[in-house]
Design a protein around this ligand. Structure first.
Ligand code: SF4
Ligand code: SF4
Length: 239
């Protein structure tokens, strides 16, 4: 009996406590926002979603490297010499095609570390939060605006340019090699001359050269003997 009375008292007490709170709130200002008809004013520098102005992206990948959870995936293709990709709004020359720029917002921890290193200020946090989805893959946001055909064309041009440069380099090397060979051959020919002369000279020295010397020596001896005989004859005639 005592327990039944206690339970009844507790029941009424909790009912009146709850109703009292409800009744009190009837006279306080409502804080409920009638979303989506009403929207709260968001705080300054709120971090809700990343956005990339791909026209200003130079493909430097600084944001990708800064991301601690690796949720940015960037792909670039080098432009060829005849491509003019223009400049960003900050005056940076664009040299790379950005064929892939995906941000996985499911992984993003909203640290904003990717935003600050960007040299062209093209990656920013924006006030967008209505992107809930049933599939995680839908939270990977692609920002590159290149079509598969454009990517293929850019790759093809780059390969062709690389091939042309490689061929040109090979030709230049070949020409250089030929020139070096020609110079070496010329040098050898010139170098051979004194050798030949030396060998000829030695031949002469060993053969004809020795004979010539001996002949000249004999001639000198003969002249000396003649002069001596002449002097003696002159002396005798004077005596
Ligand atoms: S906000 Fe942080 S986690 Fe998100 S993409 Fe940028 S660096 Fe990565
Ligand atoms: S840091 Fe900026 S310019 Fe460099 S790849 Fe990222 S978004 Fe593009």
């Amino acid at each position: 009996m005592v327990k039944a009375l206690s339970d009844t008292y507790l029941t009424f007490k909790t009912i009146f406590t709850g109703m009292g709170i409800t009744f009190r709130h009837l006279f306080t200002k409502s804080v409920t926002v009638q979303y989506p008809l009403q929207r709260d004013v968001l705080p300054e520098r709120v971090r809700l979603k990343l956005h990339v102005n791909i026209d200003d992206c130079i493909g430097c990948r600084l944001c990708e490297r800064a991301c601690p959870v690796e949720c940015i995936d960037i792909g670039t293709i080098k432009s060829t010499d005849d491509d003019d990709l223009g400049e960003t709004s900050t005056g940076h020359k664009k040299k790379l095609w950005v064929d892939k720029f995906d941000i996985d917002m499911a992984k993003c921890c909203y640290c904003e570390l990717c935003v600050h290193p960007c040299p062209t200020d093209c990656i920013t946090m924006v006030e967008e939060y209505e992107y809930s989805t049933y599939d995680r893959n839908d939270l990977i946001f692609p920002f590159s605006d290149m079509t598969p055909e454009q990517i293929e064309e850019a790759n093809r041009k780059l390969e062709e340019e690389a091939e042309a440069k490689r061929r040109k380099k090979e030709e230049a090397m070949l020409a250089k090699k030929k020139k070096a060979e020609a110079q070496a051959a010329g040098g050898e020919a010139e170098g051979d001359k004194p050798k030949d002369a030396a060998s000829g000279g030695s031949a002469e020295t060993s053969g004809g050269g020795d004979k010539e010397k001996a002949a000249r020596r004999a001639e000198r001896e003969a002249r000396r003997a003649a002069r001596r005989a002449e002097r003696e004859a002159k002396k005798k005639s004077e005596e």
